[in-house]
Design a protein around this ligand. Sequence first.
Ligand code: ADP
Ligand code: MG
Length: 431
Amino acid sequence: MTFKELGLSEALLKAVADQGYETPSPIQEKAIPKILQGQDVLASAQTGTGKTAGFAMPMIQLLAKEPPRQRRPIRALVLTPTRELASQVLEDVQNYSKYVDLRSTVIFGGVKQNPQVDQLKRGIDILVACPGRLMDLESQGFVDLRQIEFLVLDEADRMLDMGFLRDIKRIIAMMPLKRQNLLFSATFSSDIRKLANGLLTNPVTVEATPENTTADRVDQIVYKVDQARKTELITKLIWDGNWHQVLVFTRTKHGANRLVQKLEKAKITAAAIHGNKSQAARTKALANFKKGEVSVLVATDIAARGLDIPLLPYVINFELPNVPEDYVHRIGRTGRAGAAGIAISLVSVEELEYVRGIEKLLGMPLVQEIIEGFEPTKGPVEGGKKRMHGKGGNTSGGREIRNNNTTNRNNGNTNRNVRQKSRSKGGDNRN
Ligand code: ADP
Ligand code: MG
């Protein structure tokens, strides 16, 4: 399949070529023709599979069919859960609409509203927004949604998780009934289906599920370790492996800050990205991470949602999420665009039940290992035996537990290590 065969116009094809995309991704193949036909679409595909282009390109093409109207009323609204995601969606929209006459902008909270209001006053065809600031500006009379032709809910599952359902409903009430609705999500929960039922008219459902729930280009490993020693272990892993471009997930904002401080103390450059940081601080942290000036980005689930970080070799779960789906989202940050990745989870005995939930969702067991010198002092609940000094034993339901150490791992001759070596080239020398 080519983009041309999907029915995209010259202006869009040129923009796609500029992006260097060669062939449409599976979700794009399925969604683009339906959207071009004017249908409501409910689409689900894993993170990193090109969903943005899947809705943005056909929508832009349809919008561009009509010459710009006087004073440019807002004709399309894309709602996203986080500011980072909103900025990225806008960037994509602007890339894909380079060769058509459409104006777009983004609005979100945490920054001054005046520049956003000025943009809106100049006339905007496509508005990308987070719900809070949108409602705020609407109530002040700066946003008029009465001419909306397209509504997109991007990362809809996360918007529901974040409690945006009421806001979404209020925003929808500001729009005309006749419009095309697109709902994009990484997962298809029953809540998403319920939302879709209330929102979409005769929708087409398109789904692109990978053969394995998680990309098999991602090596997933669980290291069992005591909670109290996780910082020490993560420092050792990053330091010994000379890892760069590491995305670390913590459960709390406070935990993220604390870990950054400890990594910095160990002379590993790190920055935190979470909801309590100012927009400027988050943008700066992400930019520095992308440039390679910061080796480790520590994030909470909400802040990291939808972040587009190309070629991310390492994802570390400092703590496991209590929602298994979040695990899939997290490790969706690695192994993107054909590149291989490693997802490591540091798991304390208290978190073993989360491992079981994740394994159930993935439909496969995760490799569980213990690193020499970091043997958990608390025995696994399962099996009831205490496992000391990392010695063999198979105490957890037939899962593989190997007595391993990082030195061997780094010098061994597995694929994983080849990657580590090639990635650490050009890294600083930390002796
Ligand atoms: P999702 O929303 O599914 O998580 P994105 O839309 O953010 O994924 O896309 C992930 C990355 O893939 C982006 O960097 C995007 O530019 C790139 N991308 C999108 N479509 C294609 C394509 N057809 N070929 C190559 N890269 C693509
Ligand atoms: Mg997306």
